[in-house]
Structure formats: structure tokens, C-alpha cells
Ligand binder design. Structure first.
Ligand code: MG
Length: 289
């Protein structure tokens, strides 16, 4: 099933809902959850017991009629990210000479997200302080249960589902400051969507085509099975010492083809449209302003 946040055409209000067939969306109230339940409360309450959500015989509204919001518009914590997690991206990063060379251990950082940007929403280029705006199409993993000291074999049981994210980056701010946090965390630098596809549909370690396009031109093209550190390994590694709460978002890294990797680099400009898509999940398109 797809779990989404949206503006209901019927009520005119923001809602969380579920689509079982990709045609109709049912609000959580229609599915029996208390009025006002937000997406994070829903994820925490459901855990990963997907069988508790049953499609009603009638009701809902047409999915194509609602305006999508980011599935988790206001993440409870910083988004956990892993850098340099596709081999071809490690190579292009080394060529670009912008980042420290990759090490064997996973390179984690976090992204401060006041508000995740909805499908179709604008990325603010912050061109007063950013001269090298870049895109990174990534598989986002959403946890459905608190995870502490979880082995890689058990990790799948803690995954709620998957979405598409764009780890937008100001390369000039990422570089040379001893951390990546600031250059990754500017307002609007985390578009996410179009929804969360739950793990019961995709499996815990899906092998999916992952692609991005700028103004329709192909830029990134890989598969999520090419991750150096798998989703299960990331959960095992981090949960050795951190309780990863239900609702945590992990952005798992990006393949080659980012703007930094071209010679000369091809950074984003005002008016550009970036489309990130992952097979079996959907497409996330945003323009730069
Ligand atoms: Mg990234």
C-alpha cells in the first residue's frame, strides 16, 4: 500500500491516507484511526503490522484529484544520511576532488529538515550563498518500529517502507568545513515523495531502478542493489548504539551522475526541473527557484 500526506479536495484540509490500488485514497479516519492522527503517529501505532489496514468497500477520493504533500512533512528528527554509498558515485566524487576520499566505514551525516518539500514544490537555490547547487536522487527508508541493537538479519522487520528523496546539496558549503551538515540542511533541501510504499509490497531489500533527470535529460541511472552498505547493514550498524525511533528517515546515498561529477560541473540553476524516480515507488519532481 501507499501511505501519503495530501490536501483533501473534499475537506480542503491536510490529511494522511492510504491508497491500496493507486486509484483511490482513503483518509486514516475512514480506516478507523482517530481524527487528527498524523503520519508519524500512524506509523508508530501500526508498527509494521500492515494487516491491520484493510481497504474499505467504498469511500475515499480519487488519488489524481488530491494535492500531494511530502509523505512525512515534518520529520521528528534529523534525516539520517549516508554519503558515498554507490561505488560509481565514490569514483566521480574522487575525480571532482570536492570531498574527502571515501573510507571503508559508512560516512554518516544528518540533514536538518524543518519541512520536507512536496512533489511539485520548489527548491530554494539560496543563490546568495550557494554557487554550486546539486541534486542527489536517493532511496529513503522509513522505520516502523524502534530499532536498538538489531542484527542485519532482523533489520527488515523494522522497515515500514520506502520513498524517494532528493538530498539537495550546496557543494561550496559542503566543502572544506569539516562537516556536511550545513551544506545539506538549507531550507527546502529535502524534497520527498510522492508517497511511502510499504515493505510488505516491495520487500526489505528491493532491487529497483533509480534514476534522475534535469529538464528531462537523464543524469543518474543505477539500481538500489548497488548500495555499498545495504539498508540492513546501516540499521545494524547505527542501532548498535542509537535507538532509531519509528518514523526515522534514512537517506541511503546517491549513484553517480550528480552535477559535481561532470567536467565541467553541471549545477542547478533557477528554473531547472529535477525529477527523481525509483521503480516501484514513483517520481518526485521539483523546480528550482
Ligand atoms: Mg546524499
Amino acid at each position: 500500500m501507499k501511505v501519503l500526506s495530501y490536501l483533501s479536495r473534499r475537506s480542503g484540509k491536510a490529511a494522511t491516507g492510504v491508497s491500496f490500488d493507486g486509484e483511490r485514497v482513503f483518509s486514516l479516519e475512514e480506516l478507523g484511526w482517530p481524527q487528527g492522527t498524523d503520519v508519524l503517529s500512524f506509523i508508530r501505532d501500526l508498527g509494521c503490522d500492515f494487516t491491520r489496514v484493510q481497504a474499505p468497500a467504498a469511500g475515499g477520493e480519487a488519488l489524481r484529484d488530491v494535492e500531494l504533500l511530502a509523505p512525512i512533512p515534518h520529520p521528528a528528527n534529523n534525516v539520517i544520511c549516508i554519503g558515498l554509498n554507490y561505488r560509481d558515485h565514490v569514483e566521480e566524487s574522487d575525480r571532482a576532488g570536492i570531498l574527502e576520499p571515501a573510507k571503508a566505514e559508512a560516512a554518516y551525516f544528518t540533514k536538518h529538515v524543518n519541512e520536507a518539500i512536496r512533489p511539485g514544490g520548489a527548491i530554494d537555490g539560496h543563490f546568495d550563498i550557494c554557487d554550486s547547487l546539486d541534486y542527489e536522487c536517493e532511496l529513503a527508508v522509513i522505520l516502523g518500529r524502534d530499532a536498538y541493537q538489531v542484527s542485519r538479519e532482523e533489520a527488515g522487520d523494522f522497515i515500514f517502507g520506502f520513498s524517494v528523496a532528493n538530498d539537495v546539496t550546496a557543494r561550496n558549503i559542503q566543502k572544506g568545513r569539516g562537516q556536511w551538515f550545513f551544506g545539506k540542511s538549507l531550507d527546502s533541501f529535502f524534497p520527498m515523495g510522492p508517497w511511502i510504499v510499504t515493505r510488505d509490497e516491495l520487500g526489505a531489500a528491493p532491487d529497483l531502478a533509480i534514476r534522475s533527470f534535469v529538464n528531462g535529460e537523464p543524469r543518474q541511472n543505477s539500481r538500489t542493489s548497488c548500495l555499498i552498505h545495504s539498508v540492513a547493514e546501516i540499521i545494524e550498524d547505527l542501532s548498535r548504539g542509537i535507538t532509531l525511533r519509528a518514523g526515522t528517515i534514512i537517506a541511503t546515498g546517491t549513484p553517480s551522475g550528480v552535477g559535481m561529477g561532470f567536467d565541467p560541473p553541471r549545477y542547478l540553476r533557477s528554473g531547472d526541473r529535477v525529477r527523481c524516480e525509483i521503480e516501484g515507488i514513483g517520481a518526485l519532481e521539483n523546480s528550482v527557484r
